[in-house]
Design a protein around this ligand. Structure first.
Ligand code: SF4
Ligand code: SF4
Length: 435
């Protein structure tokens, strides 16, 4: 079977400190959960409970406010003991409701009630997806219902849209998504069929890394139960194959080579699809997620299934704690994640990995002068010259350099290969934002 890929640049990234792709371990329930009111792209959800109130597992605790905002639900039962606020790295003030665990569970350990969705109209499906707070869990956290609602306005003929289920593991830190695919394969597939029904499209492409071909075949076989046209595209595992631009390039090659006419692409990842399944079929909001917890500072890296609002310190404790004090904590992959300074930061719907790194894994933090090796040019998938751009921005930022910088999609490949440890992608993206 042919393997499809993007044409230039990229890196092969291996990391022995990633947790093994063994079955996910259900994390202990946190005694205190911090449920942020921003877990999505838009403004803060507005609380509907206050300190002193008792909440049930899965209960709505904050309602979406306008575009980009999503409903927030209690991930555990208990009492709201206080509200907290903190500044995000983007300079936004976030707030959270602190819930002290207590009382009985409505869903955990109980037999799940199945709801039949097959007769529901597309609009009703989209409404349920919004009501249960489903966001794009592999990306920025855009509310999925907004995303789906825009399909019809972007495409006059929705029949020319294909749903692409993105199971592309170009970064070993996507281990949690892999484990989720293995453990919740039926939910992922049914979620993809629900999405097709909700926006009236009738073609699914399962885009799967070629190393996981067996998983791809299982997805395809399960999709066969729904009588919807579906096919499998195997992709390269070179990073950043999962990025929208790089995946679309591979999809266009696939379309041409297979003689298909796919139209535009609606790309959704497996965690989001499992959440869609849970919202529609179980009437259950997102209360937990699979997360890969590891890095050289962690004693026993594992993929955990943890409640939203669990603090990072509790996750690392669950993995045996630290072998020694970490030099850097990253939420997300060390390739593209965000550095955090407070172990009390909670995980949210979009958190797929948490890494605690020792100095030796970071490879040093001292920046040196550029030695002109050209490695950054070789790996840039959008054919930029990160060295030249970085130097030009440092010398004098002009509108022209800002416009070129805007082509950077922040994959971080250049940073990873730079022997001088220059923060190329950060400087380039900051310049793009200022233009
Ligand atoms: S310049 Fe941007 S797109 Fe190119 S490698 Fe660096 S981060 Fe990636
Ligand atoms: S990789 Fe770093 S040292 Fe090499 S040319 Fe690029 S910026 Fe300079």
């Amino acid at each position: 079977m042919k393997v499809y890929k993007f044409p230039q640049g990229g890196i092969t990234f291996e990391d022995s400190t990633v947790p093994p792709k063994t079955p996910g371990v259900v994390a202990f329930l946190p005694v205190l959960s911090v449920i942020p009111l921003i877990q999505h792209t838009g403004g803060k959800a507005s609380p509907v409970v206050a300190p002193g109130d008792r909440v049930r597992e899965g209960m709505l605790i904050a309602r979406a406010q306008g575009l980009g905002s999503a409903n927030v639900h209690a991930s555990v039962p208990g009492e709201v003991v206080r509200t907290v606020s903190w500044e995000t790295p983007e300079g936004i003030t976030n707030e959270g409701l602190v819930i002290r665990l207590g009382g009985g569970f409505e869903k955990l350990g109980k037999e799940e009630k199945i709801f039949h969705w097959e007769e529901l109209m597309p609009f009703a499906l989209q409404q349920l997806i919004a009501e249960y707070g489903v966001v794009e869990m592999e990306g920025s956290g855009q509310p999925l219902a907004e995303f789906l609602g825009a399909i019809h306005s972007r495409n006059s003929d929705a029949g020319t849209v294909a749903l692409v289920v993105r199971c592309v593991f170009d970064d070993p830190w996507l281990a949690a998504d892999y484990v989720l695919c293995q453990e919740r394969l039926k939910a992922v597939v049914e979620g993809s069929v629900i999405i097709c029904r909700s926006v009236q499209i009738n073609r699914i492409v399962y885009a799967v890394s070629y190393r996981e071909k067996a998983l791809g075949n299982m997805l395809l076989e399960e999709a066969g139960n729904y009588g919807i046209p579906a096919s499998l595209m195997l992709t390269e595992t070179r990073y950043p194959q999962k990025n929208r631009r790089e995946l679309e390039l591979a999809l266009r090659n696939y379309e041409k080579s297979e003689g298909l006419s796919l139209g535009s692409f609606l790309i959704i990842g497996p965690a989001t699809l499992a959440a869609v399944h849970d919202a529609i079929k179980l009437k259950k909001p997102i209360v937990d997620r699979y997360i890969a917890v590891g890095g050289s500072a962690v004693k026993n890296p594992q993929v955990l299934r943890a409640r939203i609002g669990t603090r990072l310190r509790d996750l690392f404790d669950e993995c045996g704690g630290f072998v020694e004090e970490p030099q850097r904590i990253i939420l997300g992959s060390p390739l593209s994640g965000r550095q955090v300074t407070d172990l009390d930061e909670p995980i949210v719907k979009t958190s797929y990995a948490a890494a605690a790194l020792l100095e030796k894994q970071i490879g040093g933090t001292v920046m040196r002068n550029c030695i002109g090796c050209g490695e950054c040019r070789l790996v840039c998938p959008v054919a930029l010259d990160p060295e030249a751009l970085y130097k030009e921005i440092k010398r004098l930022q002009s509108e022209a350099t800002g416009l070129i910088a805007a082509e950077c999609h922040g994959c971080g490949c250049c940073d990873l290969v730079c022997p001088s440890r220059l923060p190329l992608s950060t400087v380039i993206q900051d310049a793009a934002k200022r233009t």
